[in-house]
Ligand binder design. Structure first.
Ligand code: FA5
Length: 339
């Protein structure tokens, strides 16, 4: 019996010594000391040992159990410490590192504008909607009262991706998508990228718009005026005045273009506003009843207002950026100035 116990201790000592990780040491613990473990079996077998040998063998078995328990515990401590050291080495922080040398990113001016505009409108109870950039002709044009071959399609030259597929030219496509799927009241803003074959100092082939749509009972041009005045004052400053000029969009009637007093010269006239004191920020209008009807909303019961602003243009006005292309060049010196 003693011989057997000695062999067991020897074997366990060797295996514990060779263990490389916490899992294998746990396995050994189960193998020797667990309910069905080898030491436990020896303890259980004590009942078969002749009475006169019991004290001596019992001591021997207990000693074996204590030896193996101590070895396992010591090895476990060692492996845990090793794992902790490795983790600390991996995650160590250089406290001598000078933060001034770190290059910290900043939000792009267009992202700043989008965040600010969405903040203003969500604060007024609008929800934020999204739609696909590759859009069906139906949503971008047809449901917005712009049938195929309609001359107003020329107002927004288009990148086509197939017979009925295109890169959306306006976030107004989300209006149509929403109205066809949602019952009024509707009150949403929709930010997103739009595409047109344009390229000069104030036009880019990809730019971003934010669309706004309200559909409910008794919505009027007065609501649109009040809403956009409040918006402009929040976005620029409290003294900002808003001017509505008659315009034309097939999906709104009446349609307007909205100017604000120049935030640089406050209406006096400067380089940014080309001496006029006013800067155009968006297109808007009362939703054309034809659009409501074709989207399944009864225009005798409901009316709506809609607007669409160009994010890059707002960023240009707000931050005095003379050429839209600067916004896409990703020159880090320019971007850093928005920290
Ligand atoms: C529209 O796109 C209409 N969907 C807006 C609208 C919505 C009217 C709802 C009525 C009701 P417009 O083509 O004018 O309108 O474009 C809106 C804004 O996008 C412009 O005021 C301008 O700020 C910006 N924009 C237009 N084309 C470009 C371009 N190529 N690059 C940068 N910004 C542009």
């Amino acid at each position: 019996m003693k011989e057997k116990i000695n062999q067991l201790i020897e074997q366990a000592t060797q295996r514990i010594k060779e263990s490389q990780d916490v899992n294998s040491i746990n396995d050994l613990k189960v193998q020797y000391l667990g309910k069905a473990g080898e030491i436990t079996a020896l303890l259980k077998g004590m009942k078969d040992v002749p009475n006169e040998q019991k004290p001596e063998i019992g001591k021997y078995v207990n000693k074996a159990r204590d030896t193996i328990t101590d070895l396992i515990q010591a090895k476990m401590n060692e492996l845990q410490q090793k794992a902790m050291n490795a983790k600390m080495m991996k995650e160590q922080i250089d406290i001598t590192y000078d933060e001034k040398d770190a290059t910290r990113g900043s939000l792009h001016p267009c992202t700043l504008v989008i965040d600010e505009v969405l903040d203003i409108f969500t604060g007024m109870g609008f929800t934020v909607a999204n739609g696909p950039e590759i859009e069906m002709d139906k949503f971008n044009f047809q449901l917005l009262n712009i049938p195929k071959d309609h001359p107003s399609r020329d107002m927004q030259d288009t990148f086509y991706a197939g017979e009925d597929l295109l890169l959306r030219t306006q976030t107004s496509a989300v209006q149509a998508r929403t109205m066809i799927n949602t019952k009024p009241p509707i009150k949403l803003v929709c930010p997103g990228k739009v595409y047109r074959p344009d390229y000069d100092a104030t036009h880019s082939p990809m730019f971003q718009q934010i669309e706004g749509l309200v559909v409910d009972k008794h919505v009027t041009l007065c609501d649109l005026k009040g809403l956009l005045e409040l918006f402009a004052q929040k976005l620029f400053n409290e003294k900002t005045k808003v001017r509505f000029r008659p315009s034309y969009f097939p999906f709104t009637e009446p349609s307007v273009e909205v100017d604000v007093t120049c935030s640089v010269c406050h209406g006096v006239g400067c380089r940014i506003c080309k001496g006029t004191g006013w800067i155009e920020i968006l297109g808007a209008g009362v939703v054309n009843p034809k659009v409501l009807d074709s989207c399944g909303i009864d225009s005798t019961k409901y009316s709506g207002l809609a607007f669409g602003l160009g994010v890059e243009r707002i960023a240009m006005i707000k931050y005095g950026i003379p050429d839209i292309r600067i916004l896409f060049e990703n020159d880090s010196r320019f971007l850093k100035s928005f920290k």
